[in-house]
Design a protein around this ligand. Structure first.
Ligand code: PLP
Length: 408
């Protein structure tokens, strides 16, 4: 049996479909974010990163680095095993308190990633509810889809952010227990869910709500509690799920909810029980980022300011920016090969790194460059990016919009 051939065939299928992914070999430079070194095939080169989900640059914040170094120095590196075996390291307790407070919930439970939080949290919750029906937004992230699949219970998909469709399904489900699973901010299109209206429906039809705030925590709301905090809906959502790996600049994920729910997930979720806990230094760094962002609004304000500026400059340059009300700036290419080529040219000709977003992350024909400005992308960097993108668009024969007079 030629086992290697199975893998080689699988890879050639991806190459044929232009879906084979290549990761850039990057070295971030603390204190100089968004500048980084690209270890290119021709040697190291300075580049500017424009697609990081370290949205606020907290991964290089002195308080966060300080907390990580100090804790590792005091407590060592690893967690020493699962929480079942090794107990809970104290910085993890501190972090869970910080998270419960951030979301105004009784409790929080930390997992090793946002992915794992959804993948093990959703099925554990759903399996503990007899005869549960999960209603899932059509654009939910893969981690939620996998979690729902593992739940093994009935599921129905409602059209993305479509309240009428959700209501239709809720009504048809009658009095059985229901869990509505959705995201607050969809990271590829940058649009936002009507959280309060979904909570209204959930209340009317007796459903629980599970909200993924992965792309919003730290970034929205007066204390960085996310879109639900911004919209005054945190107390109405039953389970808030988030990540420590994006705006908080570290690694890990969590749910925040009532004490009994978190305790039940702690007691039943395989993806919680059977894996080594986050190391103390990682927990301390995340807690430092969360604490900082609860009171400092500079990062959030500057982040929104940069996103607005970037959208205006790219639009004025005639680039096809998809309209969003958030910090996500998708520039549409709508063709897989040209999307990859645009990303390659930006890197090789201009030292700008923006990962192409192709199928299956987005539907075929909607390929894009997904740009995520941070507080540290200044006006000069934005201008350089716009010029570089126009150059690349022209080289690839991609359409540019007519310049508007107002932008001239
Ligand atoms: N949920 C959503 C909506 C995501 O986009 C992601 C990852 O990008 C995750 C969950 C997983 O979070 P993490 O990166 O912490 O595993």
């Amino acid at each position: 049996m030629n086992y290697d051939a199975f893998f080689a065939d699988a890879l050639s299928r991806l190459r044929d479909e232009r879906r084979y992914r290549v990761f850039a070999d990057l070295e971030r430079i603390a204190g100089r974010f968004p500048h980084a070194i690209w270890h290119s095939p021709n040697g190291p080169r300075d580049v500017v990163i424009w697609c990081s989900n370290d949205y606020l640059g907290m991964g290089q914040h002195p308080k966060v680095i300080g907390a990580m170094v100090e804790t590792a120095t005091k407590m060592g590196t690893g967690a020493g095993g699962t929480r079942n075996i090794a107990g809970t390291n104290h910085p993890l307790i501190d972090l869970e308190r910080e998270l419960a407070d951030l979301h105004g919930k009784q409790s929080a439970l930390v997992f090793t990633s946002g992915y794992v939080s959804n993948q093990t949290g959703i099925p554990t919750i759903a399996k503990l509810i007899p005869n549960c029906l999960i209603l899932s937004d059509a654009y939910n992230h893969n981690s939620m889809i996998e979690g729902i699949r593992q739940a093994g219970c009935d599921k129905q998909i409602f059209r993305h952010n479509d309240l009428a469709h959700l209501e239709e399904l809720l009504k048809a489900a009658g009095s059985r227990p229901k869990l509505v699973a959705f995201e607050s901010l969809y990271s590829m299109d940058g649009d936002i869910a009507p959280i309060n209206a979904i909570c209204d429906l959930a209340k009317r039809y007796g459903a629980m709500t599970y909200l993924d705030e992965v792309h919003a925590v730290g970034l929205y709301g007066p204390r960085g509690g996310g879109i639900a905090e911004r919209d005054g809906a945190m107390a109405r959502v039953d389970v808030i799920e988030g990540t420590l790996g994006k705006a908080f600049g570290g690694l890990g994920g969590y749910i925040a909810a009532d004490g009994a729910l978190c305790d039940a997930v702690r007691s039943y979720a395989p993806g919680f029980i059977f894996t080594t806990a986050l190391p103390p230094a990682v927990c301390a760094a995340a807690a430092a980022a969360i604490r900082h962002l609860k009171t400092s609004t500079w990062e959030r304000e500057r982040h929104q300011d940069r996103a607005a500026r970037l959208k205006a400059v790219l639009n004025a340059a005639g680039l096809p920016v998809a309209e969003t009300s958030t910090h996500i700036v998708p520039v549409m290419v709508n063709e897989a090969e040209k999307c990859k080529a645009a990303s390659d040219l930006l890197l090789t000709d201009h030292g700008i790194y923006i990962q192409p977003i192709n199928y299956p992350t987005v539907p075929k024909g909607t390929e894009r460059l997904r740009i995520t400005p941070s507080p540290y992308h200044d006006d000069a960097l934005i201008d350089v990016l716009a010029e570089a993108m126009v150059d690349v668009w022209q080289k690839l024969g991609l359409p540019l919009k007519q310049h508007s007079l107002a932008a001239e």
